[in-house]
Design a protein around this ligand. Structure first.
Ligand code: GDP
Ligand code: MG
Length: 737
């Protein structure tokens, strides 16, 4: 067998020394075509194979920043050596692996020579080569180039790669949300137009655009100027965004993430420093505490509980303000408009529906601010790192954690980008298990539902309940993932590594931008999609209207009550302004009339399309304590989970006796005899787990490649949620009584 092997590595890693050891006298020195970079070639022979060895110029990176880098990269791309032997200085492992990671990103067959292990040892560094090899997914052979130790093993494993035709898939590292999502878009374009894909992997081309690689930019321009301009525009956009939010730029971000990737590999028991090397960076020092095996998880729980406490405590006041503002608007509008359909549409359909959702804007904003802080500071990546160990037990990956967090793992994300984020998972099984379970997280749309129910029934324990909801969501997601991984998605786990970027102090500007972007999305959604569904559901709750005969009947009954009452109190009710003191007779008459009005409104709601659907479902939903009104809300929630709140808002508004005395929806629920903390708890759990919203289902189907998984998510999640809600209600009823 014959093959070409290129030796690559940082300057001074021992390439030339190793080259001499391997080839002895059989070498030839020349220049790379057209440039004055020295090119050395030689031959290594063993019993069963002969390898043509090329000593590449020393480089720190594979970006076309220097002549050496260009030469090395061109050689790799054009000559396509069968194997690259990456010589790594073991005494300076983290810096040297930076180049190795770039080979992996390129998907080049690579084998690592862990050189200078004698120097490393002298400095008290011990390296577990087998573990390093398992985590990187490539062979790692310890060598001492100066004495020739390990050279035979090294050449054997290089030859094995050729003989066994081992496949190398380009390594996918997350470069942070902003860059990742832009790259996904870019990859689509690059793939569709086959830009440079004859020579390079798709993601790599996108990456080089992101890194502003002059050579690739030039080649791209030559092949497809229009697309090249578009790609550069996309990069520019994300650059500005990074500049504004994190005060950084793509190349720096990418480099940070690569180092983070390396660091997290080394942290997993690969490197053991016997004595204090006296060079701990501040990030490492912080990590010693924050990702400590015992302290870390405790601190993590404390941080999240603290976040909820702060958010709920301080948002209470502004949420109250907004609620009263919407109350005034609603009262004002109903005073102006004449009774009728238009008034009902505007007050009950729009103001009380959408207002219910918008009322929670301050809470959402506080929550997003806290999460932006955790994310921008680099702490969220540590959360993922710590949860990795737990996730493996459930057949998932540490990189699933990021998808869960994006979907609302701490609160207030969205399952749609969460499902997309699973693209960084290499193993298809873990990816599928992740994307089917991310909808269990507490996305921003579920928050107002929880906030409403918590305010109505658990006002004293807001932060605690929210904390329990979060733990419950994770527990549910992990258990379901495990269930899927031992049944429908069986298969063993693949090794993988998390990125640990350095800690940064977030800038206030960056936090403000991130918070506002997400809050604005919430508001926009309330003003568009939620408004639309709110109106549709209002119509379904208003039509068909009660038949005239029924209306006449109610009118007659009302008249009968009036006639039976003392004339004085009737005239008192009609003449005295709102809020004035009434006589006892007048009050009793008013209560009777209100009761009848309520009855009529309820009869009308039940008579409507939505009411009929809700009533039809009641025979089943009663098992979980949900009445027909809740059923309407839950069916609406399939469109978007906020609709649960807006629908309840409309339903209770339609039944309202006196719009001028309207209280917050949470008060209405707390007063309704059909509700109890137990029902609310069941509804919270149901909302956590039932069918993902429509958009998420579409996304799940697309990303999993089959509508079957979308249908599965609807059916399985709803059954699971209902089962849990029934369990809570039935067991709870026994305990309470
Ligand atoms: P290059 O720049 O990658 O070609 O590195 P060189 O082969 O020129 O080596 C740089 C220096 O490191 C030389 O002084 C070598 O003798 C020394 N060196 C190379 N490999 C080893 C090794 O495994 N152990 C020790 N102790 N020194 C080494
Ligand atoms: Mg050299």
């Amino acid at each position: 067998m014959q093959a070409t092997v290129a030796l690559a590595g940082n300057p001074n890693s021992g390439k030339t020394t190793l080259f001499n050891e391997l080839t002895g006298a059989r070498q030839h020195v020349g220049n790379y075509p057209g440039v004055t970079v020295e090119k050395k070639e030689g031959t290594y022979s063993s019993n069963d194979f002969q390898l043509h060895i090329v000593d590449l110029p020393g480089t720190y990176s594979l970006t076309a920043y220097s002549l050496e880098e260009v030469v090395a990269r061109e050689f790799l791309v054009n000559q396509r050596p069968e194997v690259v032997v990456n010589i790594v200085d073991a005494s300076n492992l983290d810096r040297n692996l930076y180049l190795a990671v770039q080979f992996l990103e390129m998907g080049i067959p690579v084998c690592i020579a862990l050189n200078m292990i004698d120097v490393a040892k002298k400095r008290g560094i011990e390296i577990n080569a087998r573990k390093l090899s398992a985590l990187l997914g490539v062979p790692v052979v310890p060598t001492i180039a100066r004495t020739g130790r390990g050279k035979k093993e090294l050449m054997d494993s290089a030859a094995r790669i050729v003989q066994e035709n081992t496949e190398f898939f380009p390594l996918t590292i997350s470069y942070g949300d902003d860059i990742d999502s832009t790259m996904i878009e870019m990859e689509k374009e690059i793939e569709a137009n086959r830009l440079l894909t004859d020579t390079y992997p798709v993601r790599w081309v996108a990456l080089k655009y992101m890194e502003n690689d002059e050579q690739i930019l030039e080649k791209g321009r030559l092949q497809n100027p229009e697309l090249a301009a578009r790609l550069q525009e996309m990069v520019k956009k994300v650059s500005h965004h990074l500049q504004d939010t994190l005060d950084t730029y793509p190349e720096a971000m990418i480099a940070d993430q690569r180092y983070g990737y390396i660091k997290s590999i080394l942290k997993q028991g690969v490197i053991y420093q016997k004595y204090d090397p006296n060079r701990l960076y501040s990030s490492d020092r912080i990590d010693k505490v924050l990702t400590n095996r015992f302290l870390g998880p405790l601190i993590m729980l404390a941080i999240i509980a603290g976040l909820y406490h702060v958010v709920f405590t301080y948002s209470e006041v502004p949420v109250g303000w907004l609620e009263s503002v919407f109350g005034w608007i609603s009262a004002g509008v109903s005073a102006i408009l004449p009774d009728g359909l238009l008034k009902s549409l505007i007050v009950s359909g729009i103001i009380d529906g959408v207002g219910g959702v918008l009322g929670f804007v301050p809470l959402i904003m506080f929550m997003f601010f806290g999460i932006a802080f955790l994310e921008d500071s680099g702490y969220l990546a540590r959360v993922a790192f710590m949860l990795d160990r737990v996730f493996r037990i459930f057949g998932l990956h540490g990189s699933s954690v990021m998808a869960f967090i994006v979907s609302g793992g701490i609160a207030g994300g969205c399952a749609v980008p969460g499902v997309m984020a699973t693209r960084t998972l290499k193993s298809p099984r873990e990816r599928l298990a992740t994307l089917l379970t991310v909808p269990f997280m507490n996305c921003g749309a579920k928050l107002p539902v929880f906030a409403l129910l918590i305010a109505a029934f658990f006002a004293e324990y807001e932060a605690l309940i929210m904390f329990m909801i979060t733990l419950g969501a994770w527990a549910g997601a992990l258990l379901v993932a495990k269930l899927l991984r031992v049944t429908v998605i069986k298969g063993s786990a693949t090794p993988f590594v998390m990125e640990l970027p350095p800690y940064r102090m977030p800038t206030f500007k960056g936090l403000a931008i991130h918070t506002w972007e997400r809050t604005w999305q919430y508001i926009k959604k309330a003003g568009t999609i939620i408004l639309g569904f709110s109106v549709i559901l209002w119509a379904m709750m208003s039509f068909p209207a009660l038949p005239d005969s029924k209306v006449v009947e109610f009118e007659a009954r009302r008249q009968a009550v009036m006639d039976a009452a003392p004339a004085a109190s009737v005239s008192e009710l009609e003449s005295i302004p709102q809020g004035a003191e009434l006589s006892r007779e007048a009050i009793s008459l008013k209560e009777k009339l209100n009761g009848m009005h309520y009855q009529e409104a309820e009869t009308a709601l039940r008579y409507s399309i939505a009411g009929r659907i809700g009533t039809a479902l009641e025979s089943v939903s009663r098992l979980a304590g949900f009445d027909w009104r809740t059923n309407i809300a839950l069916v609406g929630g399939f469109a978007a989970k906020e609709v649960v709140v807006s629908t309840l808002g409309t339903a209770y508004s339609l039944g309202e006796v006196d719009p001028e005395e309207t209280g917050a929806l949470s008060e209405a629920l707390a007063k309704d005899p059909g509700w109890s903390p137990l029902v609310a708890l069941g509804l919270i759990v149901f909302t956590m787990f039932y069918s993902p919203c429509f958009v998420s289902v579409v996304c799940i189907s697309r990303e999993s490649g089959s509508w079957k998984w979308g249908a599965f998510a609807i059916a399985f999640n709803t059954l699971l949620a209902f089962g849990l809600a029934v369990l809570i209600y039935q067991v709870g009823s026994v305990i309470v009584s």
